[in-house]
Each structure stands twice: as C-alpha cells, then as structure tokens.
Design a protein around this ligand. Structure first.
Ligand code: NAD
Length: 470
C-alpha cells in the first residue's frame, strides 16, 4: 500500500454542515450517534503520519458515514429504539497488541483489531486490512457494512472486519509475515470456520491469507475454511482474485439500461488501481467500454482516446505505478480525475474520497462504488441532485464476499469448482441482488443506497428475532 492519507490530508478536511436528509451527520470532532452506546467514543488514537501527497479527504469518518445510512434506514423502517441500539453496536470488539521485531532489530508494537458486528445470519465474515490509518473506529464501520452487505446478497453470514495499523509497503515480506502470524496468534480464539472467517482487504492479499491459515493450522490442525482469498495452491477458489471487480461490472451491466447506456459504448474513470480497480477496469474493457482516466496513490492519468487497462495492469504487476505509466495518456492532478466527463465513475481506493468539497465537480452519469464508503452523505446528496445514478458499495462491491463464500463452501466439502462455475454463480447472485434493490428503490421512490440498507437491515432483524436474540 503506497501513499495513503497523511496528516496533511487530514488537516485539509472540509467541514460538512448540510448533510443529506435523515439523521444529522456528526461534524468532525463530535461524538457520533454511537457514542455512549456500549462502544465509548470513536477511537482516533492510532492515526499515522506519512509523507505521500494525496487528494483531500472527507469531512466525516467511515464510521459516521455508515451510521448515517443506518439511521436513515432505521427511521424509514420504523425500527424501535432498543432494536436499533442492538443493531448499531458490535457484538464483540477485540483490540490486541501486535509486537514484531523488524529488520532494524527493534520490537515495533502495532495495534490489531477484530470487530464482530452481528452474527444473526451466520458466522462473521469480513476482510483484514493492513494500513497505517486503521483504527477501531474504521474497523467498526467496515464490520457493520459487512453485516448489511452479506444480508443484501443473501449469504448465510454475519459481518466482521479486522486490521492492523501497519504500512506493508514499508516492510520486507518476512516482516509482513511476522505481523500476520503475530496478529493471528492474538485473535485465533474468536475465529474459525463456524465462528468468523477473515479474507483479504486493502494491504493484504492471498499470500497474507496463506500465512494466516498456516498459523491457525498450527493451533487447530489444517483448516482451510478458516480464511478465504487464499492462493489456488492452498485451496483458494478460482475467480476469487477478480471477484470484487467482476461483481462491480456485473451490476454495472444491470444498471446501464436504467440510464439508457449501452455498456459497450461506456466511457469510464477509475479511482484506485489495486485489486478492485484493476479488475473492474479490465472487465469493463472486455465489454468494449473505454477507460478515460485512472489514478492510484502515486498520481492520475487521463486520455480522451482511452487507456489500455490490460497494459496498465501489467505495468503495475511489474512494480510500476499509475503515475509513471508510459502510455499515451496525460498526467493530471488526482483531484481532477473526478471532474472528467464520463458515463461511469468507479471509486476503488479508500473511504471518504468523494465528499462535500469535490462532489459538485463530478461529471459522470453513474457511479458504481467498488470501494467501501467512498462517498460521504453530503456528497451522495449532491450527486443525487445532479441526477447521478449511484450503485452503492453494500451492493456493488459484494462480489468479493460472494466468492469468499464459494471458497468456504468448497473448502468445507474439500472439492473445487471451475472458474466458469464460480463466475456464473457470482453473476446470478449479483444480478438477483441488483434487481431486489432496484425494485425496492423504485417501489419506495428512494435511491438505491437507502433501499439496499433497508433490505439488509430487514433481513438481519428477521434472523435476530427468529433466533430470539432481540
Ligand atoms: P488495494 O490495496 O489492492 O488497492 C487500493 C488502491 O487504491 C491502490 O491502487 C492504491 O494506490 C489506491 N489508492 C490509495 N490511496 C489513493 C488515493 N489517495 N488516490 C487514488 N488511489 C489511491 O485494495 P483493494 O482490495 O483493491 O480495495 C480497494 C477498496 O475496495 C477498499 O475500499 C476496499 O475496502 C474495497 N473492497 C475490496 C474488496 C476486495 O475483495 N479486495 C472487496 C470489497 C471492497
């Protein structure tokens, strides 16, 4: 992971004082609606400093974004306050010390987190992020998002998330391995195939999952179903690496006719060219669409005539960055990527990157959210007013967890599906979920995001009350 937000960017945060409809969005520095509800104050303690420049960040945290949308849906669903209080707090939050001796000979202490938000519908499921800005507040937000996401795509899972506030781009591979193993040693008691199953997220990959599985296996015996997103050589699933990007493109195909767009004619821009962004770009290109702009932490490029996603992905695979890509594209200011005229914008970097101060510059007709919480409520409201169709994160980026589910199912049965089988089943689930959310949005006269949250929350409430939990 290179060039995440530095202090500079944090100081640049714009204030957000006219939030979208629904419960007020807390201002920076205020306690969120969650404060005092069993979690204490949002934890901002583990912030890091880094020197890489980056576009300005949001006025609100990921946690405040997720809480805002939960509040909007809870109000529309008329959820009793006591039920809402159970659903907005996490079931379990684990914070551990991750001490690791690095190459400089010194022991460095990182903070590790695993938050299990809600397990009414099945074992907890969610990624593990290695990123210097990881803190409890962010992990809580992402865990809650997973609860709604798994319910929206009808997987038999609850929601969880984990992370370590480490910057893997600054470590040797053996040091990253030491962090992964040490973290697993501290949290293994709350994990397992029937309890909680981690997967990759920002800053982690199939290799990290292999180390986690190996460490878990030392204590419990060989247990491939304890993590997903593993390498193919270690009972990973075909199609898992591309799954989130593929899911983004599958929902894009469903959404395109809603704005009268032929997918093959689409012009698109992508923010973030990691796992999700690079796969989404390549698969969009396979449909015939043209990538007119792209960025990563190193910079942004644009070209009216199109940027070849395959060549760029190869360049990045060989250790390059978007900023030093030697194609025919022009280098642009990363902030100007949002202002490119295009049909589809795909945020696939970090949370809160589309906010009140930059949303008005956007000139796309549709946004398909590959990243988690890329859009603040104020930005969402601005884009809705501009008539932009937004396919929200809880639906659009669910492809990864869907194929993680397939991997878990295959591991439990010790068999393997072909890549075509995986992709076909993924498409069925993504299309069905898209239809359910779009139909609900139309019936209730609301955008897709509130419709998706309502659907997810309803399903979790039904499971929790049928169990007798609430
Ligand atoms: P990744 O680490 O592979 O890629 C992240 C990309 O974002 C990198 O190209 C990085 O350079 C770029 N980036 C970082 N800061 C940036 C900035 N300021 N401007 C532009 N680009 C920037 O991570 P990923 O797995 O592709 O995840 C991306 C997003 O998608 C995250 O929000 C993640 O939570 C979400 N997501 C990932 C998955 C998955 O299966 N990987 C599933 C669901 C959601």
């Amino acid at each position: 992971m290179r060039g995440a937000m530095g202090e500079e960017a944090t100081e640049e945060r714009a204030r957000d004082d006219d939030s979208a409809d629904g419960p007020a969005v807390p201002q920076e520095g205020e306690a969120g609606p969650h404060a005092g509800a069993g979690h204490g104050q949002p934890d901002k303690s583990a912030k890091k400093t880094e020197d890489a420049p980056a576009p300005s960040r949001a006025e609100v945290s990921n946690y405040e974004i997720v809480e805002h949308w939960f509040g909007v849906a809870a109000e529309r669903l008329d959820l009793p306050d006591d039920v809402a209080a159970v659903l907005r707090s996490s079931y379990r939050e684990v914070q551990v010390q991750v001490p690791v001796r690095l190459g400089d000979g010194k022991v460095h202490v990182f903070s590790g987190y695993r938050v299990q938000h809600n397990g009414a519908r099945g074992p907890y499921k969610g990624g593990i992020r290695f990123h210097p800005e990881v803190d409890l507040d962010e992990v809580r937000a992402l865990a809650e998002l997973m609860t709604w996401k798994t319910a929206i795509v009808s997987l038999p899972y609850g929601g969880a998330k984990g992370g370590v506030n480490v910057d893997p781009s600054k470590l040797e591979a053996r040091e990253v391995q030491a962090v992964a193993r040490s973290f697993m040693d501290k949290i293994e008691k709350v994990l397992g195939p029937t309890r909680d199953i981690p997967a990759p997220d920002v800053g982690t990959n199939a290799q990290v999952m292999a180390w986690l599985m190996d460490e878990y296996g030392k204590l419990h015996g060989h247990t491939p179903a304890c993590v997903t997103g593993k390498p193919i050589a270690l009972e990973g699933s075909y199609g898992r690496e591309a799954a989130t990007g593929r899911g983004v493109v599958q929902v894009f195909r469903e959404a395109a006719p809603e704005i009268g767009l032929d997918p093959a004619e689409a012009r698109f821009a992508v923010q973030g060219f990691g796992n999700v962004g690079s796969w989404a770009s390549r698969l969009m290109q396979e449909l015939g669409a043209t990538m007119v702009g792209v960025s990563d932490a190193s910079g942004a490029i644009a070209s009216e005539g199109g940027i070849d996603a395959e060549t760029l992905a190869e360049h990045v695979r060989d250790g390059g960055n978007v900023g030093d890509f030697d194609g025919s594209a022009d280098e642009i200011d990363p902030d100007d990527l949002l202002a490119l005229e295009c049909d589809v914008f795909i945020p696939a970097a970090l949370g809160g990157m589309i906010h009140k101060a930059n949303a008005d510059r956007m000139r796309c007709r549709m946004m398909v959210e590959g990243a988690n919480s890329p859009t603040t409520p104020a930005a969402d409201s601005i884009l809705n007013d501009k008539g932009v169709l937004i396919v929200p994160d809880v639906l659009a980026n669910a492809g990864g967890v869907v194929v993680s589910y397939f991997e878990w199912v295959q591991n439990l049965q010790h068999l393997r599906w072909t890549e075509d089988e995986v992709n076909e089943r993924l498409g069925e689930i993504m299309r069905k979920a898209f239809r359910e959310v779009a139909d609900r949005a139309r019936e209730n006269g609301v955008p897709m995001r509130p419709a998706a949250y309502e659907l997810g929350i309803e399903r979790v409430v039904e499971a929790a009350s049928t169990r007798g939990y609430i």
